[in-house]
Design a protein around this ligand. Structure first.
Ligand code: FAD
Ligand code: MG
Length: 554
């Protein structure tokens, strides 16, 4: 491998390394282009440091997805005559060696804006500086550099989603995707030489094993890697086009297909196997073509803006993912109840809709947004009044797309700890009626909670209300074959609501939980106003024939 003789004919030889962390792709990768610019030699590396890309807490589904991403990246690099080098250790130490061994004098990487990565990157910048090595850091994980939005807002992040939308109008549109990299004329390490020690590891080699058969063969069908991400993007844009032709938008959300293969790009956005800018501009392009227009309403790309918003809120807040000392998070006196937490986590709450969601999460690393909202609401301000951080940890372990900013942002939102003021979660997310609305055929619940599959559809979402003989006939006797509901939703949600009212009155003037409005809630929760009203009434009328005693923590 190249020594440290960096002089070629008097001109300094440029030996570049592109350090992949997130952004595991070749397309729209400005830092990678910078790495290749005028370079004489080029190496692509990934470093397992125990933390990178959320690996510190990843269970099997997400670790396996990451391994697939790296395998695909390696395969795509081999197509252009090189390979991915996988290394281990503290990045600053790894770089120290690479400066010596490979004669590296340029390091490039994509900006990782979240506070959790800052210490790592500061150390690498420092070692580059002290070794006289150039480093180049470029923005492409987010549409806008968060600091750009913060500056446009006068130095602090816009506190609400609505404010964020206003501020983004003051800055330019996000950059267009950049061209594909060109490796020609650059000396690339032979993919077959240096030896197997740099190969992409398996999950087993990383010490992460599947917990169940389902985790080995998940039904969700996600596969990591840029190749699959780009196929999925094309399928998804086709779906958006169809919807635009019918005068609809956000087709992935408005009619959730819970049993079909998921169309969401979020796991790919999380690892950067698809570029968020490419997704953003492709949706806009599809809209403009179908409608033969040049203006695109904000709502068309609204979900991507939520992602930007949460990133922007988190960049200057290292305590963003915890309640204590987090300046934007309400201090709420959540209960601690390990047994209830375990029942929720294992999918044994006795509410088939909630249990289906939790079991799918564990088995597949994937659940739809409507499922996430339901289980998060149930755990926190809807029913159990348990700390959102404990739910966050469960999501952080299993979700393929678990993301430091977006995950915590959503948990704070759903639990009413920050960002929103008027959401009446216990009303609009009733674990029976909301489930029925999202899974009208019951196919989803039957798939993940087979215990209830022979009950008539009417009772599949509330088995305890089925007459005893119906339960017997269906082989689903509540208390024998399937647990009774762990709380009476009607009573539990009433208590939670009362507690929330008190909190709201106490903090009426705290700016960070205001002003959100009913419209914002509806777009987040994906219900229209009529449905929200209906769901409220149904839920209030919903009596428990065999009333269960509320069991609300200590
Ligand atoms: P697509 O439409 O394919 O993509 C749109 C993209 O927009 C998503 O990939 C995501 O990056 C972004 N997006 C969509 N909804 C939201 C949202 N509510 N907040 C911020 N960004 C959003 N999403 C994650 O990517 N990572 C997480 O860790 C995560 N944790 C969540 C935790 C909870 C409690 C809840 C309720 C939601 C969470 N989400 C998270 C948001 C959301 O559920 C997923 O992004 C969504 O399922 C992606 O599906 P989609 O069809 O909207 O994606
Ligand atoms: Mg979405």
């Amino acid at each position: 491998m190249g020594g440290s003789n960096n002089e070629t004919g008097g001109k300094k030889k440029i030996v570049s390394v592109h350090w992949f962390r997130h952004g595991l792709r070749l397309h729209d990768n400005p830092a990678l282009l910078e790495s290749l610019r005028n370079a004489d030699e080029f190496y692509a590396i990934f470093i397992f440091d125990g933390e990178v890309a959320g690996t510190a807490k990843a269970g099997y589904p997400r670790m396996n997805f990451l391994v697939e991403c790296l395998q695909d990246l390696d395969a795509n690099l081999r197509k252009v005559g090189t390979r991915l080098f996988v290394l281990y250790g503290q990045p600053e130490k790894v770089f120290h060696n690479l400066f010596q061994e490979w004669g590296v004098n340029r390091v490039t990487f994509e900006q990782d804006p979240e506070p959790v990565w800052q210490e790592r990157d500061a150390k690498v910048r420092a070692i580059c500086n002290s070794a006289g090595v150039q480093y180049v850091e470029m923005v492409s994980h987010t549409l806008w550099e968060p600091q750009l939005i913060i500056s446009a807002n006068g130095g602090s992040p816009p506190l609400t989603y609505e404010m964020f939308c206003q501020v983004k109008k003051m800055v330019d549109q996000p950059p267009r995707p950049c061209p594909l990299p060109d490796f020609s004329g650059i000396k690339l390490p032979d993919p077959k030489t240096p030896n197997a020690k740099f190969h992409v590891p398996t999950c087993e080699e990383l010490g992460v094993y599947p917990e169940s058969e389902q985790q080995k063969n998940p039904l969700s069908g996600y596969k990591g890697g840029e190749s699959r991400a780009l196929e999925l993007l094309a399928e998804r844009i086709g779906k958006e086009q169809q919807a635009f032709k019918q005068g609809r938008y956000m087709p992935n959300q408005s009619n959730p297909d819970l049993t079909g293969l998921p169309m969401s790009l979020s796991p790919h956005l999380r690892f950067g196997t698809v570029s968020v800018r490419r997704f953003y501009w492709a949706i806009r392009q599809a809209y403009m073509e179908v409608n033969n227009c040049e203006e695109v309403p904000d709502s068309i790309t609204g979900q991507l803006i939520w992602r930007e918003y949460f990133y922007c809120m988190s960049v200057n807040n290292p305590k963003y993912n915890v309640m204590k000392d987090n300046p934007i998070c309400l201090d709420i006196d959540w209960y601690y109840n390990q047994e209830q937490l375990d029942r929720w986590a294992r999918g044994q709450t006795g509410y088939p809709w909630i249990d289906a969601c939790m079991r799918q999460l564990r088995d597949e690393g994937w659940v739809h947004h409507v499922c996430r909202q339901s289980v998060a609401c149930f755990l926190t301000r809807g029913d159990l009044w348990i700390d959102w951080e404990l739910g966050l940890a469960m999501f952080d372990k299993y979700l393929l797309d678990a993301d430091w900013s977006v995950n915590a942002g959503n948990w704070m939102w759903v639990s009413s700890s920050a960002f929103e003021k008027v959401l009446q979660c216990p009303r609009c997310i009733c674990p029976v009626y909301y489930g029925r609305r999202m899974d009208p055929t019951g196919d989803y619940v039957r798939r993940y909670v087979p215990e209830v599959k022979n009950l008539p559809l009417l009772y599949q979402f509330e088995p305890w209300n089925a007459p005893k003989d119906v339960q017997e006939k269906a082989g689903c006797v509540v208390g024998r074959d399937y647990p009774p509901p762990m709380v009476d939703h009607k009573q539990a949600s009433k208590m939670c609501r009362a507690k929330m009212e008190k909190i709201k009155n106490k903090c009426r003037d705290i700016p960070h939980i205001a002003p959100s409005n009913a419209e914002e809630v509806r777009t987040f929760i994906w219900m229209d106003s009529k449905e929200m009203a209906e769901s409220t009434t149904q839920c209030q009328q919903h009596g428990f024939h065999r009333a269960m005693k509320a069991n609300l923590g200590p």
